[in-house]
Design a binder for this molecule. Sequence first.
Ligand code: DOR
Ligand code: ZN
Length: 446
Amino acid sequence: MNFPETGQLAPAASESLLLKNVKPYGEDLVDVFIEDGVITQMGASLEVSADREIDGHGQILLPGLVDMHVHLREPGREDTETLATGSAAAAKGGFTAVFTMANTIPVMDQPTIAESVWLKSQAIGLCDVHPIGSITKGLEGKEITEFGMMARSAAKVRMFSDDGKCVDNPMIMRRAIEYAKGQDVLLAQHCEDLRLSDGAPAHEGQTAARLGLRGWPRAAEESIVARDSLLTRDYGTRMHICHLSTVGSVELVKWAKAQGIPITAEVTPHHLILTDKLLESYDGVYRVNPPLREDHDTAALREALLDGTIDCVATDHAPHGSEEKCVEFEHARPGMLGLETSLSIIADTFVRSGLADWRWVAKVMSERPAEIVRLPGHGRPIAVGEPANLTLVDPERTWVARGEEMDSKAENTPYEGMEFHSKVTTTILRGHVTCAEGKAAEPNTV
Ligand code: DOR
Ligand code: ZN
């Protein structure tokens, strides 16, 4: 049994759960018996009595999903999301562990802030919410934070990022990479040379030109992907690239990996399926950073996720209030909700279309992210003796996304009214049911 994190809640004593008629990875039909948060038996038609029984009716059983990149906004912007609402959205989306970015108010650049996020989310009990420390104090890009102190705190911070902003000074990034190597922590870079993107709201291309919007060129991302790959080659042990969005970034990551440079990369569901054509409506819900790009970018990203050039899916779940979104496009805050639609998008785009199978979904949405962040207890095989962090998916459930029906406090989904054909029905965290029949459990009050 593996409950290794300081402060992590153990499951309530002698609670047992029987999952009947489920298909691990979409393969053979079995029953799964869970006791004290651990899978203790698996097989056809188990004869056991359990405190709770869930009949899966042949649904797909996956390891609990892991998201390396979300913004849960607490502390500071609890009007848009809290640890409780974000955890409920995560549970509803099938996630058992998420990593929440450091661009909170105050910034997560101190052990105490990270500890409060970790301990509070453990008390809420719906999802393991791991705080990401910032690389620089106050996200100002000037002074590196104390990686070691945060890594050794009760929050065990294992990943650092200034996401939302790029660490643009190459010497600061070099020093951060060297320091991260010494502390054995992961850095995640938001690749955007602000001198090139100039904070523009749209992808630089024909659509932006026609709509009269300032353009954010691909090179602003790609030049940092290249620079940081080279810095990692010379000074690092591992580095992760956030939300890859261009065909050129895919080529650069492919090149870097072929050189043996230890970088990993993620892609968001929105960069896989949405393009800048949506900006024609001038609806601020489609503003995101990096921006939605063109068809040949989304095609390259999908192919790179399939062939392993891109390691995993991460949502970049970024809640914003309507006052930040229902404004002129140029003034809308960048970001989109992602937690409650991610699995459905990946399943529809890759499994329903026949491009991939459920084993692959388990890899890109659970196993690889857990491996990259070196997270114990998640992304594990579905097998006897393993922690019961699990997600049940109905592959034949048609549903329509509606912002107002989401558990997230915000409603800024770019998928409003869109129909999906697969849905998470049940999520299990260390043997506790955190989502049942598509509804998140009530968070514990803290
Ligand atoms: O679209 C985005 N929203 N991209 C980021 O990098 C930051 C995020 C946010 O915090 O809202
Ligand atoms: Zn982000």
